[in-house]
Each structure stands twice: as structure tokens, then as C-alpha cells.
Ligand binder design. Sequence first.
Ligand code: MN
Length: 745
Amino acid sequence: MSTIQLSPEELEAERKEILRRYKHLLKLLADKLSKEDRVNLRKAFELAAEAHKDMRRKSGEPYIYHPIAVAEIAIAEMGLGVTSAIGALLHDTVEDTYVTLDDIQKNFGPKVARIIDGLTKISTVFDQTTNASEQAENFRKVILTLSDDVRVILLKLADRLHNMRTLESMKREKQLKIASETLYLYSPLAHRLGLYNIKTELEDLSLKFIETEAYNEIQQKLKSSEEARKRFISRFSYPIRTALAEQGVKFEVKGRPKSVFSIYHKIVNKGIPFEEIYDIFAIRIILDVPLEREKSECWNVYSIITDFYTPSPDRLRDWISTPRTNGYESLHTTVMSPTGKWVEVQIRSKRMDEIAEKGVAAHWKYKEASGNSNHDNAIEAWLGRVREMLESPDGNAHEFIDNFKLNLFSEEIFLFTPKGKLVNLPAGATALDFAFEIHSQVGARCIGAKVNTKLVPLSYKLKSGDQVEIITSVKQKPKEDWLSFVITSKAKSHIKKSLQEEKKRIAKDGKEALERRFKNSKIVFSEENIDKIIKHFKMPSALELFYNLGIGKIEIKSISAILEHKTAVNIYEKATGKNEMLGKDAHKFIKKLKEDTLLIGDNMDKFDYSLAKCCNPIPGDEVFGFITISEGLKIHKTTCSNAVNLFSSYAYRVVKARWVSQQQIAFLAGINITGIDGVGLVNNITQIISSELNVNMRSISFDSTDGIFEGNITVYVHDTEHLKSLIDKLVRVEGVLKVSRVDYH
Ligand code: MN
């Protein structure tokens, strides 16, 4: 959009041209307009023209040409009515001009306001994004609006079609972006809505900008072969035309070439040169017959054709008895022509032809007249499936697009329940997909199926016309491998959801088991500690850890070993100052700790060990090491009162240990002396301790009651030998009755 200066004459000419275009639009609707419609349409046109009056398109044309063109597409090419025309005229006003949604609501009512609101939302989220994932997500939003009012999506397509038709004036990068986006999102959407002509034009225009050369070449070849094609069609259809004329049937014969885009794809994907593509066109016989005779007349024509030409038995398609989900109805056959070429013939009524070309809107037009609810059901079924995809809980946008495209492009198959109800699934669907299509619970409990009364596995691929009976069992549960053979998003999302729930249930058990183990090991069940274990097993999440514990893939026993291992590493780190968690030395150290006897006193002073306060072992005592979580290695006497408990509950944390030859380190030991109180007794005892054996006394206390005395002394000794000789000396002191070693506290 840019502003340019025009002379008054030029402006006047433009004003006339705008009016001329509006009148043309009006003519298209003429017979459908009430007086009120006419007033409203005029109002919409004037509001749009005024609001856009200073704006121009990239081509330099007045901007209002665009909304008028979009309205024309909506009416003439989609079969839409006056509400859509008003919506089309106003579609860019709220987004690009001073006009507000309120203004629209006040002037045109809530219906039009909702349409404009939908369109504005779509373009603000949609046109302003650049990356693919954002686009996918936005596309999802676009589809969501479908459930509000299909007109929003139809007008969006009309808008896109006009933009594609006028893409020439855009910059090259912009052309490529818009064209590929059209191929990726809009043409599949048009296809799904049954807008065959629009889909084809969108594809051809996209190809024109993306693969310009290939496009031009095919276009050229189509043109130069046109005469020959016409001659062929005329000759081929001659006997049929004669027969129909004799019967007095009104009809029209068309020879429609395939689109440039689809020819291009045949050339590229199948490697067939243009000249050898046999189905470059199809012959279409369109009958002008009343609704009630449509079907029988179509089959009548089939019968006439096959009187003259031999049909290919596997290429008969009856889309009249069972229309496609997008509403398409037609009878197709492929017959052998006298020149030895296969020719596809499409037989349909005028009504069917209009639906085939203009799609869902044309379908609406005939809805009331036909009274045939089959088509409505088909459209409803499709909208329902789209909604399901949108509402699936793990709806990742890309996955959604893939699902959407899968469901779009694959042909459909028609199946029957045992009671003869029709079920529509994409080709490639399995018995299990069918079960989920019936009901999520039928799917979840499906153990097998009978197809045409024969028993088949869940993964059995269904074919059109199959009658399917599902066999269920209450004991059945969805399995992981089911995901490998279901193709519908309904089945996929139900299976995933149910597996997820099962997983959560198992994980809960695993979590509880772990919590008990932590409790037994006297470790806090904290996030930090759980994290350590998650890291150890390289699990992506706590849920995954708990789940693996729950199914026994990780043994709960091994958790103990880890806690121990971590402690050992910790001891090692403190001892060496190295903090490389799993360095070679650390492993060696831990192995030694587990397998060898810990030699206390042999360079052990650099390790972080301490003597247990409960039993105060000294060199010479029989001892063991015990790995604590926070205080490193503790040395206990084997006779320690806690030993039994430690051995039985935490055997995995016990380390064999013994003393080696001592350096002159002193250990504290407690001695209890009882005897008969006498003069000089205390003196004698302390003398022996301090002077005679060079023993240092740390504390001494004596109590005397009724002539009996009791003394407690703590002394520093080197080892048990040293202590024993001290005790021997003390026993010999006069008055002493008993000397024993005690644990001091
Ligand atoms: Mn627009």
C-alpha cells in the first residue's frame, strides 16, 4: 500500500471504475437480493470504499478493488450469498483502517461482525508470522474458526485466491513465501472443503511462481495439444451422444484436462514424460435430469458407454451411492478407446457437477432441495473429525498438520458395521482404527475383529466395502505397539492418553517404593536427593525414573548401591581434594573400600574417617568401617552396641577394617576402677598412669561411698597392648578390686 499523486481527471476515472466494479458485483447477486440486502450491501461498499480511500495495492490500483474482487469470488466461484459479500467487502477494514468492530456490529449486526472478527483474528495471527511452527499453530487456530462459521474460512480462501491472482506485483521473496504457504495450507484446505476449482487454481498459481519454467512448458504443451484432444473427444463421444439424443436425455460433454500442477507432479514423481500421461484429461458427461432420476440416469449412461467401449473392471468408482466426505458425487469409469488408450469418463448430474466444482457452498444451495441427508452427514462427519484433532490433548501443531494432511490426501474407504451402518475412514485404516471410530472404549478393549465374518488381527488393513465386527474383552488395555499400526488421529490420541495414564499409575508405585527405601536408609526424600538418582540413571524426568522403578527396569536394590557409591565418592573427594566425581582413582578407591580390608593407620590419616563416639575404638580393637551419608567413614568396635543394628540394616555400607602398626598416635580410652578407699590410693593410681608409663591423663574423677571408691579415668594410649599393660599395673595397686575398660561419653 502506498500513496501516489493523481490528477483530478485520473481520480474521476478511478471513481467511475470503482462504481463499475461494484455494479458488476451487484449484478451477480441480483436475483437473490431483497430490498434490505441491497441497502446493506451498498452501505458496506460505501464504508469500505471510504475507509480504504487513501490506500493502494502494490500494483498501484485503488485498494477497494481487492475487497470487491474477493466478494466476486465468494459469489460467483463459491456460490455464497449476500452476508458473505458484505463480509468480503469489509474484510480488511478493521485490520487496516479506522473502522472498528463496534462500527461493523452497529451497522451490519452480529453475524457480519463475527465474520469480520474471525477474519481479522486470522490475518493478525496468520499473516504476520514467518516460521513454520508458528504457522502450523496459527493454521490450527484458523481451522478452529471453522466450527464457528464456515464462511470465515471460505472468505479467507477467497482473499487468498485474489492475492495469488495478483501476486505478480509482489517482490520475489514475498511471492515465494505466499506461494509455498498456499501450497502447504490453503490448497489442502480448499480440497477438503470440496472447492475443486479453487484448489486447482491455487495449486497452479503457486507452481507458476515457484517453478515458473516447468509451469510455462506444461502450459504450452497443453495448449498445442488442445486441438488434437478436442478431435479425440468428439470422435470418442459421438456414439454416446447419438444414443443419448435418441433417448431424449439432455446432456453436455466436456473434456477437461488435468491441472498443470497435477501433470507436473506426475512428471516429477513418476518420471513419465508429458506425452505419455494417458489420463491427461477426463471426459465428463453432465446430465440435466431431475433429482429423483439422477442415479438411474447416471447408470443408464454408464450402460451406454460400456456398450461401445470395454471398461477396466478395477476402475469403477461409485461416488453417487456413497459420496466422499467433502460432498463429492460422481460415477467414474475408465474404458478402452479404439486408439488403444484408456480414457476416464465421469458421469454426473448438473447438481453434482456444481458441487464438485464449487464445493460446500454450492452444496448448501442444494441442501433443502435434495432432502438427502447423506451429504450433510458427510460434511458434519468431516467437521467433527477436524474438531477431534484440534481437541486432542497432546496436540502438537506440526503433528496436527501432518494428521490433517494425511486425512486430506489419502482416499477414503467405506466400511460397514454388522448392522449395516456406514463408517468412513482414511485408506490404510486398520481394524483397530475402526474400533476407535465406533467408540473410544470399544477401541481400548479391542482384542480382534471379524472382517466379512473372518477373524483378523487388530492390525488388519481394511478395504472399502468390508463389514467389520469388533471383538472386545474387559481385560484388554491399550498397548504401546498399537501406535505403530493405527493411522487415525482419534485412535492415536486415545491410545497415547491411556498409555500415559497407565504410566502415571505405575510411576506412583515406583515413587512409593523409592520413598520407603530412602526412609529405611535414613535419607531425606528430597528433590535434591531424587535428582541425584535421576542423573545417575540418565533419566529425562522424575516420572520416567519412578516408572522404571515401577516396572522393575531399575531395581530398587541398586538405589542403595548408588547412595553408597555417592558417599564413597564423597569420602574420596574430601581425602584427595579431587572432585572429579568418577575419576579413575575414585573408582579404585571405592573398589578397595568394598573389597579389601581397610587398613586404618596406613596412610589413612589423609582420609576423612573418624572414630565412632558410641564405642571409641583404639588401635588393636577389632573394628569395622561404616559409611555414613554426611560424616564420611566411621570406625566402630565390632562389639559396639550399635554393631548388630548397623550390620543387619545397612550391610551394604559396612567396610571391613583393621588396624596396622601404629605411628605414635594416642587414642582416648576409658578406665573404670573400683576398690576400697584408703590413704594414698588416688595418688598411687595417678602416679602409675602419668609417670611410670608416660600416659597422659585427660580426665579423672573419684567417688567414695561408705569406704568403697569408684574412679573413672580417661587416658591417651597408643593401642590395646598399651592399655592392657596399664590395666595390669593398676590391678596390682593395693586396695584396687577391679579395673575395666569402659566406653566413655
Ligand atoms: Mn484481503
